[in-house]
Design a protein. Sequence first.
Lengths: 386, 139
Amino acid sequence: MTISGTIAIAGAYEHPSRFSPDKTEFQIMAECAKGALDEAGLTIGDVDGLFGASMTMGMMGIVDLAEYLNLKPTYLDGTNIGGSSFVAHVSHAAAAISAGMCEIALILYGSTASSNAVAIGTGGRGGTNPSESFVTPYGMTTVGSYALYANRHMATYGTTSEQLAEIAVAMRYHASLNPHAKMRQPITVDDVLSSRVISTPLHLLDCCIISDGGGAVVVTSLERARDLATEPVVLLGSGEAATHQEIGSPDLLTIAAKQSGERAFAMAGVTHDDIDLAMIYDSFTITVLATLENLGFCKPGEGGDFVTDGRIQLGGSLPINPDGGGLSSNHPGMRGIFLVIEAVKQLRGEGGARQVDGAELACVHGTGGTIGDKHSGATLILGVGQ
Amino acid sequence: MSEIEHPLPHASWETRGYWEGAGRGEIVLQRCPDCDLVQHKPRGVCATCLGSHLEHFVASGRGTVYTYTITNQNQAKGFADACPYVMAYVELDEGPRLLTNIVGCDPDAVEIGMAVVADFATQERDDGELFAVPRFTPA
C-alpha cells in the first residue's frame, strides 16, 4: 500500500507580514488558516485533522490550539521535530487521511520571534538536564553547530566561503522579486565575505534572517481535492529521518536528508533530473549545500561547484527557494511550512515575477535542529498534472 | 575577553560516573562487555544491544580535532565576554567524539586533525562545591 498519488494539498497560505508586534502566535495561525481554507473553498468547520507546532507550544500545545480555534478534531498531531515539522506533518496527515482517521487536515505555524527579539542563532544552546550537560558547558550556538559542519566540509572537500556566498546571493536575488520578502536589496559575493564572521567560517550573510510570520496548509484526499477550488498539488513521495552524533563516530557530513530523500524519491518513482525546483531549508548557506549533496542532486563534495554559475537561481537548471528562502524572505524560527507553501504556489503557476517556468515537479526538504548535532529531516516530492 | 565560565553540568545517575571522573582529572567512558561498544554520552543501557551490564573505564584523554569553529558571537552568560573561543568535536583515541572547547592556544592555531589532550577546568559552584569540565589543549 502506498499513499503516493492519492493525497493532495488543497490550500496554502503564507502570512504576508514579517513583523507583527501586535499579534500572538495563535492569532497569526488563525489568520493563515482562514487564508488557506478560503482559497480551497472550505471553512474552519470542515477541518477534522489539526496539525501544528511552534517554538513555544509545549505539552498540550496542540490542544491549546484546538481550543483557540474552537475545534473538536478527530485527529491531533503536535509533532515537533524542529523546523522540518510541517514538512513531516504533510506526510503524517497523508497517512491519517489514507487510514480514514480524518479527511480535511489543517497544518499551522505561527511565530513572533522577531518582535520578541529572540536570539535564535547566537543565544546559548542547551539546558540543564543531564543529557544537555554535555553540550551546555561548551558554548554551543545554532550558528556554531552549522559552523562545525561547514569547517569539516571545507577541510574534507575544499569547499570555499565564496561558494557558500553564491547561495546567499541567489536567495537575495529571488527575494528581490518577492514583494513580501524581508530583505530585498541585492547583494554580491563580496558583500557576504565582508560581513562580520559570527562563527568561523560562517558570516552574518551566511545566516538566515529572523522574522515574525506563519503559514497554513490544507491536506486532503486527491479525490476530495478535485472538488475544491484550487488545482490539487499531489503528494508523490515522502520520507523522514533523525540523525545524531552519538554512537560509532558517524560521518558528520551525512545528514538526515540522505535517508529521507532516498525514501521520498523511491516512493515517487522519479529521478533528480525530473525535478523542476527544490525548496531546501536554508537556515544557513551550508545547510543548502549539505542538503543538495545528501538528497543526491550532486555527489558528496560537489556541492560547492553545484551552487555556482547560476544553477540554483531562477533560470538555472535547479532553481532553489524562488521566494528568497530563510536567508532573505522569511525565517521566524521554524521555516518548514514555507517550503511547502512556496512549492504549492510554484506548481500551480502562481509565482508571479519569481515563477519557475513549467514547474510540474518539486522536491521539498526541511531540516530540524542543527546538522552539526542531532537533527531531523523530512522530504516531500510534490507534483501537478496527475 | 575573559576566560569561559562554563555553565554547571547537571548529572543523573546515568552520567555521574563521567562527571566524577572529570573531578579526578580523568575522561571516563562506558564499554558494553556484551557487544564491545564504547559509548558516549553515558547512559544506563548499551546503545547497540540495550544490555545493562555497562562498565566504566578511564580513557587516555588523548584525541584529535574532528572539526571546530571559532565563535565570535554568543549572547549566553559565561561566553559573551569570552568570545572568540574555540568549540570543537574531539575524536578520542578510544573512538567516541566529545563536544568540547580547545583552550591554551591561539584560536587561529587550531586545525582539524590536530592532536590534543584533555585539560580540566575546575570551577567553584555557588554552593561551594567544586566541579570540573573537560576541555582540550594541543598535545
